[in-house]
Write a protein that binds this ligand. Structure first.
Ligand code: DAH
Length: 339
């Protein structure tokens, strides 16, 4: 019996060494340890042995079985390692190969400059405010001292949702919303989309962007407005930027002005970019009209303020020498990737 078991183990081990796959391995397992396996047969035959013989034979069979199982396991691990090596070899990546280029987008030129403008004003202590694009007539016109029959409405024709609800034509309404909710001191800018029923051409679009500004406090004077806006122009366009203030009219400021920057192309001599003027207008501004303060519950005898509205598209066009406003909205990557 002992020799028989040793012979079985030896053949099984030889067969195991020749296995190459998990399937080969399984075949060996079944051949010896399966239901009809050689070792199993011997175990089954034990019932024919005398009770005296059984323990000794049983122990021998069990030992052989344990050795065979250990051999099966070791070969199993060996085969798994071989398979893994093979897999690593065939699936290896050449990390020195050039990769597929990933096309990354970037910020739109309007956003780029808006971010700069926000940074400049945040650095000067301004907060960012927002208002709705679909606005009440009251905030867009009425509270800004532009009653229903006022001629200023003619230049700001817009899309009417109903008699009293419009797509806002200017961000100035946000001034009112902020003053209604906040007690002075106020120091805010409010960027946003505005709408006018203008025909599209190189300098007009029915949708464009403004950045509103408002400062209200005790003792605010026109000199504060001039100082801040000149500083802003220099930060945005460079320290050698020259600005001028031209008297103008806005119903919600008194006095009112427009700020021009000297043309950075011709330095005032007059060229195509500035249409021969030597100057380029970039914003409207003025001292907040006492009526506007009053409407918002702020006492004009105690407080004063200034406001301004910057045209974002115009500012960006000047900045990057872009000659057609439509380029901003067409989303042509050949245009966009230049910034
Ligand atoms: N809202 C004006 C416009 O669209 C621009 C403007 C002018 C805003 C003067 C102001 C301001 O805040 O004070 O033409």
């Amino acid at each position: 019996m002992k020799e028989q078991l040793a012979a079985i183990l030896a053949t099984a081990q030889k067969e195991l060494r020749e296995t190459q796959t998990a399937r080969d391995l399984d075949a060996v397992r079944v051949k010896y340890l399966g239901k009809k396996g050689e070792l199993t047969a011997i175990l089954k035959g034990m019932k024919d042995l005398s009770p005296e013989e059984r323990p000794a034979v049983g122990q021998m069979v069990n030992e052989t079985r344990a050795q065979l199982e250990a051999a099966l396991e070791a070969q199993g691990e060996h085969l798994a390692q071989l398979a893994l090596d093979e897999k690593l070899k065939t699936e290896a990546l050449d990390v020195t190969m050039p990769g597929e280029p990933v096309l990354l987008g970037h910020k739109h030129p309007l956003t780029l400059v808006l971010d700069e403008i926000k940074d400049i004003f945040i650095g000067l202590g301004f907060q960012i405010a927002e208002g709705p694009e679909v606005e009440l007539d009251y905030y867009n016109f009425e509270a800004l001292n532009i009653p229903k029959d006022h001629p200023a409405r003619d230049t700001q024709d817009t899309f009417y949702v109903s008699d009293n609800v419009v797509l806002r034509t200017q961000t100035s309404g946000i001034q009112i919303r902020v003053m209604e909710k906040t007690k002075p001191p106020i120091r805010m800018i409010a960027p946003g989309r505005v709408f006018r029923s203008d025909a599209v051409d190189a300098t007009h679009s029915p949708l464009f962007h403004q950045i509103e500004g408002l400062v209200v406090d005790k003792g605010i004077a026109m000199s504060d407005l001039k100082g801040i806006l000149e500083l802003f122009a220099k930060r945005l366009y460079g320290d050698d930027t020259v600005v001028r203030f031209r008297p103008h009219h806005f119903p919600f400021t008194e006095p009112s002005a427009e700020m021009d920057i000297q043309c950075y192309q011709c330095h005032g001599a007059g060229c195509r970019l500035c249409k021969g003027e030597g100057w380029i207008e970039i914003l409207g501004c003025g001292m907040v009209h006492p009526k506007v303060l009053e409407v918002c519950g702020i006492d004009p005898e105690v407080y004063s303020g200034y406001a301004f509205g910057i045209g974002l598209e115009r500012t960006v066009m000047g900045r990057f020498k872009i000659d057609d406003i439509r380029l901003f909205y067409e989303n042509d990557v050949r245009f966009l990737h230049q910034f």
